[in-house]
Design a protein around this ligand. Sequence first.
Ligand SMILES: Nc1ncnc2c1ncn2[C@@H]1O[C@H](COP(=O)(O)OP(=O)(O)OP(=O)(O)O)[C@@H](O)[C@H]1O
Length: 300
Amino acid sequence: MVKISMGNILEVRNLVKHFKKVQAVNGLSFSIPQGICFGLLGPNGAGKTTTIEMIEGITQPTSGEIFYKGEKHSDKFKLEAGIQFQSTALMDYLTVREVLELFASFYPKPQPLDKLVEQCSLAEFLDQPAAKLSGGQRQRVLLAVALVNDPEIIFLDEPTTGLDPQSRRNFWALIEAIKQQGKTVVLTTHYMDEAEQLCDQLLIVDRGKIIAEGTPTALLQEHFQHVFVCLDKQDIGPQQLQHLTTHTEQLNGQVVIKTESVENTLQQLIAEGISIQSLQVRNPTLDDLFLKLTGHSLRE
Ligand SMILES: Nc1ncnc2c1ncn2[C@@H]1O[C@H](COP(=O)(O)OP(=O)(O)OP(=O)(O)O)[C@@H](O)[C@H]1O
């Protein structure tokens, strides 16, 4: 008998998926507490989608176990989970209202249409052909489809990829509202600002294995004791750069100085006669963490 912690809605044990030549997922174990936004992050090909699809029951694991509310192969899961798909072919033929009515007909207790329309801000294009929508509108419809059964746990696989900044922020507000209702959200994303904004806990994977896990704040504290002091490259001559005792690197036209003491660095810069006109000080972000852990940026 496997012991499952009470507060976890989902537990994954030693999950493995091998395709013919590829070991996509290599023994992942993690748990997701009820009511949080859980972020699954990793570079391209890390195994995120494969992991999510095994949990959703779309892909059969090679080995490992998945427990939903403590039960394996739970019948409840199908009724209580909402999945936001990347697209649905039905959208090519139906209006938004028809898409929602069709999906609602699959469940015994669907949410009322008005509630979905309000929740996902669909009123202005409810009777339009779904094929004619903008990217942001389309994502809202796909979110509404995922919410049709009033799910307890909702899976969003890169929901804002390709959206403009304003649509992304609007979408974040919808996800925040879903979290407020106490629902558990499982999110994969390529955007670190999105993870920082929405996720309570992160699991970072690479080559099918966990490379870090924790809250965004704890992960940043664990991996960074320094801040970054940034200057325009043209403000520092090569000689002056050599004289600096702190660790420096050059990135996107900037000299980036890693330091545990901004004060000492400032004193050094001034002593070297370096102009601090362009100086910026910034804290490490999840992007920096990702670069440190995987050797490449998430957006590469
Ligand atoms: N059906 C399949 N057949 C063979 N290999 C597959 C299949 N699906 C995924 N893979 C491989 O498994 C690995 C993990 O893929 P997966 O799509 O899970 O990664 P991901 O982290 O979601 O990547 P991305 O961020 O690019 O979506 C990749 O090497 C991929 O090529």
